[in-house]
Design a protein around this ligand. Structure first.
Ligand SMILES: [Zn+2]
Ligand SMILES: [Zn+2]
Length: 382
């Protein structure tokens, strides 16, 4: 009797949706959407996904709720200040629609999100405020083969773009000018370590966040229903509220861009063991006919650091992602002089054969990519 009542309630909840001839509520219930970033856009996106009855949502954000978020983030309350954004948003999402399953990751999308995790979704909605984070999600999306919807907002203008790895069109990286690349690279030292530059605060307001997020969710909705009426892959729509204007543009495909040309010839599955060495992985590949496998890392890893002062020679085993390491790590903790370091960008039978999986700092469910004599492969762990 009770389940009968719940079924009726669910039916009734979505009864207005059922009046739309192309609507498929079951499709939405089974959909898996990854929301990258839970700021102003992410809040609005999750609110809409919950109202629509999207069944499975993953939220990723490293940040906590602060008082300045409360002018634009519909899901946050004063009592949430200090809480992880993903957790506060999860609680409110469930309040809006208890049928939702919301998985949260409090972390950095470049370092804490494995490609295998990304691949378990149907679509990614990017609610990010930096070029660097968008670049990272673009890489993840193209390696995972999952389309993503990018949103960006100013005070009275915003844009939405759509990138589908299965199409021949431009990707987000194609849209970056050399000046934007330069700005992105200023965040890293010449060694590739993180510079301590404060994030620039961008002015924005709730109305534009609300409109752009709604457009992103509409694009997701259209995509999940296999409709092609809003944005095609490699297109963006720009919207201005003052003066009112809107136009659609095709993003130019860049020949030099390596991200969208990503392809894999074979998929190899190996059991995950943290002590598995680079050499053992390469030998496995050789047995499968890949004679000279070279596996590239998405995130370079610093293995050891050594003081350059011959009287000190302080040596430290680090095993930490290069781009997460602060520039200050170059200073020897013992004598204050400069240190040198060893970084792993790829491995093979002859290059770093002794390093094991755990020291490669891979996010959970990561997929590794490599090539051997012109043939590309992916290594999935189980
Ligand atoms: Zn591209
Ligand atoms: Zn030293």
């Amino acid at each position: 009797m009770e389940s009968f009542t719940i079924t009726n309630l669910t039916e009734e909840r979505y009864s207005r949706h059922h009046l739309i001839d192309w609507w498929d509520q079951t499709k939405l219930k089974n959909a898996r959407v990854l929301v990258a970033g839970v700021g102003a856009l992410g809040n609005e996106v999750l609110k809409n996904l919950a109202l629509l009855g999207i069944g499975h949502v993953t939220l990723i954000d490293f940040d906590t709720v602060s008082v300045t978020n409360l002018t634009r983030s519909v899901l946050f309350r004063e009592s949430d200040i200090g809480l992880a954004k993903v957790e506060a948003a999860r609680q409110r999402g469930i309040e809006i629609n208890p049928e939702l399953s919301i998985h949260t990751i409090q972390g950095d999308l470049q370092f804490d999100l494995g490609i295998g995790n990304v691949r378990s979704h149907d679509v990614i909605i990017g609610c990010l405020d930096s070029v660097n984070a968008r670049w990272a999600i673009n890489q993840l999306a193209y390696r995972a083969g999952i389309p993503w919807i990018n949103g960006g907002i100013g005070v009275t203008e915003g844009e939405v773009s759509f990138f589908d790895p299965r199409s021949e069109s431009a990707c987000f990286e194609c849209s970056l000018s050399s000046q934007t690349w330069e700005r992105r690279n200023q965040r890293y030292s010449c060694h590739g370590m993180k510079r301590d530059v404060p994030e620039k605060m961008m002015p924005t307001t709730a109305p534009i966040a609300s409109i752009i997020a709604a457009m992103q969710v509409h694009q997701a909705l259209v995509y999940l229903h296999n409709k092609t009426s809003f944005l095609n892959s490699g297109e963006k729509v720009f919207l201005s509220l003052n003066p009112w204007a809107s136009f659609k543009a095709k993003i130019q495909h860049q020949e030099s861009c390596t991200t969208h040309n990503f392809s894999v010839d074979s998929i190899i599955r190996l059991p995950f063991k943290s002590e598995l060495s680079a050499q053992a992985i390469c030998q496995n590949l050789q047995q499968l006919g890949f004679q000279n496998p070279v596996i590239s890392l998405r995130n370079e890893v610093v293995t050891v650091m050594q003081c350059l002062d011959s009287n000190c020679n302080h040596f430290e085993q680090i095993n930490y992602p290069l781009r997460q390491l602060a520039e200050s790590a170059l200073v020897c903790p013992k004598c204050g002089k400069e240190r040198d370091f060893e970084v792993i960008r790829s491995f093979s039978i002859s290059q770093h054969p002794d390093i094991n999986l755990v020291n490669l700092c891979l996010p959970g469910n990561e997929i590794l990519f490599g090539e051997s004599d012109g043939r590309s492969f992916a290594i999935e762990f189980y």
